[in-house]
Design a protein around this ligand. Structure first.
Ligand code: PBG
Length: 338
């Protein structure tokens, strides 16, 4: 006798629907980025990222308190220095903007977990992520090209290692190198170990694509390259095998967490990376992804809360353990009322 099997629909009842849900977002997994600017008493709204402000060092402690109150326990810091030069000296200066911001946050909210972006672009007068030389194999500065830019890798590593150590000395809990320099994780690991910070973890921006979705961030952090682009050191968007290669190298060099960035146009990359590593995977829900939702919501085209929760859940479903998102504070508040 043939018994027809009709599968039950487990989404018919809201309790059951909640029970069988495969991916969830929890505030514990979210990291809130923050931009620190020079000056005093500043809380400056960002035109390209509505709803977000940049803070001066004396105001960031109060903001950290707000972030913690919302339920977010980790921040990722970016600095906009007073002056830029060809050596990015503001990045590793004692008393530099990030070093002071770390101290201010730790003083106001000792339990806040402070992560710092370790990159030189905000501190370099040319806005690139490392020491720049011209690439002899490319015609320089042709239209639509990468401007003949290559980064002088090894001198850059030295500066990045110095920067990472100075952040940790100022009290940061973890460093996140974002410049896609070869050997950067090994160089930072060695420098941290040498200075007695063997227990400090490194979150590597392991698969970072040369994406147009960083547009609003470059306004916020004032780190847009003044010539050329980042295509010679950031990844080419069509590639996923290359992402696997980059991630494996970083894990071998000692990365404790690997990141995929951006998140939304790269969900398949997150999934692939999750499958091949045993370390936690982070995804960066970048500035352009934030501003798109904000713009659509402001026009009444999208329900902001629903769009944000759908997007964050999708990033989790793709396989990210950790999400860095400008929506962290709001999402944590929304999650607590559900
Ligand atoms: C610095 C850095 C960038 C972002 C994070 N770290 C900009 C870039 O590489 O051009 C982008 C973050 C965002 O868009 O939210 N290297």
């Amino acid at each position: 006798m043939n018994i027809p099997i009709r599968p039950r629909r487990l989404r018919g009842n809201p309790v059951l629907r909640g029970m069988v849900r495969e991916a969830r977002v929890s505030p514990e997994q979210l990291i809130q980025p923050a931009f620190i600017i020079p000056g005093k008493g500043k809380k400056e709204p960002l035109a390209s990222m509505p709803g977000l402000c940049r803070f001066s060092v004396d105001r960031i402690g109060a903001e950290a308190r707000e972030i913690l109150k919302a339920g977010i326990k980790a921040m990722l810091l970016f600095g906009v220095p007073e002056h830029k030069d060809e050596k990015a000296s503001g990045a590793y200066a004692r008393g530099g903007i990030i070093q002071r911001a770390i101290e201010a946050i730790k003083k106001a909210v000792p339990e806040m977990y402070v992560i710092t972006d370790v990159c030189l672009c905000e501190y370099m007068s040319h806005g690139h992520c490392g020491v720049v030389t011209k690439n002899p194999s490319q015609p320089p500065f042709f239209k639509g090209g990468s401007g003949g830019i290559i980064i002088d890798n090894d001198p850059t590593l030295e500066l990045l290692a110095k920067t990472a150590v100075s952040h940790i000395k100022a009290g940061a809990d973890m460093v996140a190198p974002s410049g896609m320099m070869d050997g950067c994780i090994a160089a930072i690991r060695a420098a941290l170990d040498r200075d007695g910070f063997a227990n400090t973890p490194i979150m590597s921006y392991a698969a970072k694509y040369a994406s147009c979705f960083y547009g609003p961030f470059r306004d916020a952090a004032e780190g847009a390259p003044s010539f050329g682009d980042r295509k010679t050191y950031q990844m080419d968007p069509p590639n996923v095998r290359e992402a696997i290669k980059e991630v494996k190298l970083d894990v071998a060099e000692g990365a404790d967490i690997v990141m995929v960035k951006p998140a939304l146009a790269y969900l398949d990359v997150i999934t692939r990376v999750r499958e091949i590593v045993d370390v936690p995977v982070a995804a960066y829900n970048v500035s352009g992804e934030y501003s798109m939702i904000k713009a659509a919501a402001a026009n009444g085209w999208l329900d902001e809360k629903k769009a944000v929760m759908e997007v964050l859940t999708a990033i989790r479903r793709a396989g990210a353990d950790i999400i860095i998102t400008y929506f962290a504070k709001d999402a944590a508040r929304w999650l607590s009322v559900f």
